[in-house]
Ligand binder design. Structure first.
Ligand code: SAM
Length: 239
């Protein structure tokens, strides 16, 4: 099983350094050169980020709170968290993603703010797969990453992410309940060979079991659904 997982990871890394980087940079960006489906996914993902920030700030201000953003992509979450004053450690398996996130963080966080007392701390960026992250963080967040891995692999990833978190872990994943609906839509959208990587759906029960196995329990749940984007968002804490 480890072998298979390892293979998946190499494929995912290669994808997000090449065609996947181009595709997702566009979806996560603000330019107009997106098609209807990509625009819908952009909207759904923005809602996931917004809901995650809501979950995070619900419990109080983020100023000075350490946050690990595992699989940070282009920085969609890391940058707003830094604006809230969080001390962000952002990492991704893709060097292309990390470079883009760092570029955007500098543009968005350093531009025109000259009062040092309110200046956000620029996230610390690192090219790293989440399985090899270490250290301790108040909060660990991992958005839309598990979709690239089968449940057998996701179990270990969830356990590792929980081990890095002192107070809470926030995860998003594509829920299995939409499986057939999704398949149908994907079938309609990509009649020929699809350029996307394989997507794995996870049942909430499986994610919950993986968390419970390492002594964590789910405290908040949310569902984000647009036409072509589905994500379940959960917050967990040590039980
Ligand atoms: N979390 C970001 C967001 O929501 O904007 C990006 C989501 S994107 C769909 C998935 C990201 O996970 C990609 O940037 C990819 O390179 C990264 N990724 C995939 N597998 C990873 C792993 N094992 N460790 C760290 N990052 C990974």
């Amino acid at each position: 099983a480890e072998e298979v997982g390892g293979e998946d990871k190499e494929v995912v890394k290669d994808y997000f350094n090449n065609s996947g980087f181009q595709r997702w940079k566009k979806i996560y960006g603000e330019t107009d050169d997106v098609n209807r489906v990509q625009r819908d996914i952009r909207l759904g993902h923005a809602k996931t980020v917004e809901n995650a920030i809501k979950m995070l700030t619900d419990e109080g201000q983020l100023r000075g709170v350490t946050v690990c953003d595992a699989g940070c992509g282009t920085g969609s979450l890391s940058i707003p968290l830094a604006k809230e004053g969080a001390i962000v450690s952002a990492s991704d398996i893709s060097a292309a993603m990390v470079a883009e996130a760092e570029k955007q963080a500098k543009e968005q966080l350093l531009g025109g703010k000259d009062d040092p007392s309110v200046a956000p701390v620029i996230p610390k960026f690192e090219v790293r797969d989440l399985e090899s992250l270490d250290g301790k963080y108040h909060t660990v967040v991992c958005l839309d990453v598990l979709i690239h891995y089968p449940q057998s692999k996701a179990d270990g990833m969830i356990a590792h992410l929980a081990s890095l978190a002192e107070k809470r872990l926030i995860l998003s994943f594509a829920p299995k309940t939409f499986y057939y609906d999704l398949l149908k839509r994907v079938g309609e959208l990509f009649p020929g060979p699809s350029k996307a990587t394989r997507a794995y759906l996870h049942s909430e029960a499986d994610v919950e079991r993986a968390l419970r196995k390492v002594g964590w329990r789910i405290t908040k749940r949310g569902l984000i659904a647009t036409q072509f984007y589905f994500a379940k968002l959960v917050e967990a804490v040590p039980a």
